[in-house]
Design a protein around this ligand. Structure first.
Ligand code: FCB
Length: 451
């Protein structure tokens, strides 16, 4: 298949539906000591033995800090409408309360280039690279970090204003809080249930504090937040309540405070000893109106209770999985979108801000035949289309990722790119999945032109 196909009456083919590709700063930039940047929690975490596969780190990554111009041209060559990237907080504030003009200038030229080529920019302010000096004072366990984040959002949005088309405060607060401060799989590697919930609350507070500032500094731009979300399914008929709880912790804990101004009671009642300190007024701040919600979807969870009454995920033997071990389950994306619409009566427009598959890809004679990823994208595009037909408003779809990059605790062994990166030479090669995306987008724009 050299082109993804959508039914000809699909709303995803409308000219205002946004197709894009996504990346994040620490995963691609490298140049960790250049341009005035100081360490983030990920630079520190990568040095801890056993935390990242193969001892990998983001020191060089895709060397995007130097190759940004050719990378933006490559993105443009795919025919996408938009590029979703993130700004590295430690490039903007390398030291406490100290703004670094070189950091701002790096993103400025990159954004200009995108606009010059006719692409919109979707900018995430926090995709997990917290400055290490803030972690030294407790990081997201310290309420003050939420205020530091709001100040950082102020500086960035004051500088760029409406030039950033779409602002995202946080990417996946679930992952920052729970993988970083509850289970210790991600930076900064803290383990503790109460810590996880406290970090989560402070992240959400940071989001809420930033919202009115972003609106004031960039009134023409759109503002929102991105969540990861996995629908849960009971393993047996006895496990429906496990599935309900799983969804409550996985995404309702994060989305409810924004859209309903409250934490879901299922989790609140279950986590009595781990409840965060919520001050009066916090939930009003967190529930500031958003223009959109971004959803990152990769897979589903099938769950059951174990012998201790804890919830465990049951691997679906026999189902197809990607190289990272995640089940391929496109129906989950349709189900998720439909469930979200049903749960939140005031659901704002949605973007699928990430969706993709990891492969064990190899470049042979200049070609990368990533058949599984090609099928993955086709099936998930169909799943979005099906949800839209069921009445869910989706405004755009971003593939994760533009190119292979530093996949956090998995290092470079897991390749999520539509573009292959040879880390020895930094050569980029479009995989079949990128070619199929480009061909779909080219056909779409030709059809647009021909009316
Ligand atoms: C998401 C992250 C993104 C990438 C993908 C595979 O959780 O937002 O940076 O790692 O997973």
């Amino acid at each position: 298949m050299n082109q993804y196909r959508l039914p000809s009456d699909s709303k995803m083919l409308d000219s205002d539906f946004v197709f894009g590709v996504a990346t994040s700063s620490y995963q691609i930039e490298g140049a960790v000591t250049e341009g005035g940047r100081t360490p983030s929690i990920w630079d520190t975490f990568c040095k801890v033995e056993g935390k990242v596969d193969n001892g990998d780190n983001g020191d060089i990554a895709c060397d995007h800090y130097h190759l940004w111009e050719q990378d933006i041209e490559m993105i443009h060559s795919l025919g996408v409408d938009a590029y979703r990237l993130s700004i590295a907080w430690p490039r903007i504030f390398p030291k406490e309360d100290c703004v670094n003009p070189e950091g701002l200038a790096f993103y400025d030229k990159l954004i200009d280039k995108c606009h010059e080529l006719g692409m919109k920019v979707y900018v995430t302010l926090y995709h997990w690279d917290l400055p290490q000096y803030l972690e030294d004072r407790g990081g997201w366990l310290n309420r003050e970090t939420a205020y530091k984040f709001a100040n950082y959002a102020d500086v960035v949005s004051d500088y760029f204003g409406d030039k950033i088309d779409v602002y995202t405060t946080l990417n996946e607060p679930f992952v920052s809080a729970f993988l970083g401060y509850r289970w210790g799989y991600h930076a900064p590697g803290v383990e503790g249930d109460a810590e996880g919930f406290l970090a989560a609350h402070h992240l959400m507070l940071g989001h809420g504090l930033a919202m009115p500032i972003l609106r004031q500094n960039a009134p023409q731009s759109k503002h929102g937040i991105v969540f990861n979300a996995s629908p849960a399914y009971p393993n047996t008929d006895q496990d429906q309540s496990a599935a309900n709880y799983s969804e409550a912790e996985n995404y309702q804990w994060f989305i409810d405070p924004v859209l309903k101004g409250e934490y879901p009671s299922l989790v609140w009642e279950h986590q009595v000893s781990n409840r965060p300190m919520v001050l009066q007024g916090d939930l009003d701040i967190i529930s500031a109106p958003v223009d959109y919600i971004g959803i990152n979807y990769y897979s589903r969870n099938v769950v059951s209770y174990d012998e201790n009454g804890d919830i465990k995920t049951v691997k679906q033997e026999g189902a197809d999985h990607t190289h990272i071990g995640w089940e391929i389950y496109p129906q989950g994306l349709t189900d998720l979108l439909v469930r979200l619409k049903a749960r939140y009566s005031n659901f704002p427009p949605l973007y699928i801000t990430e969706n993709g598959a990891a492969g064990d890809d190899h470049c042979v004679d200049g070609e990368v035949l990533d058949e599984q990823r090609v099928n993955y994208f086709q099936e998930h595009l169909n799943a979005v289309d099906t949800a839209m037909r069921a009445g869910v408003q989706v405004n755009g779809y971003f593939a994760w990722s533009l190119m292979d990059n530093f996949e956090w605790a998995f290092g470079y062994a897991q390749r999520f790119g539509m573009v292959h990166v040879d880390y020895q030479t930094q050569k980029r090669t479009l995989k079949q999945s990128a070619i199929a995306y480009r061909n779909m987008l080219v056909t779409r724009s030709e059809e647009k032109k021909n009316g």
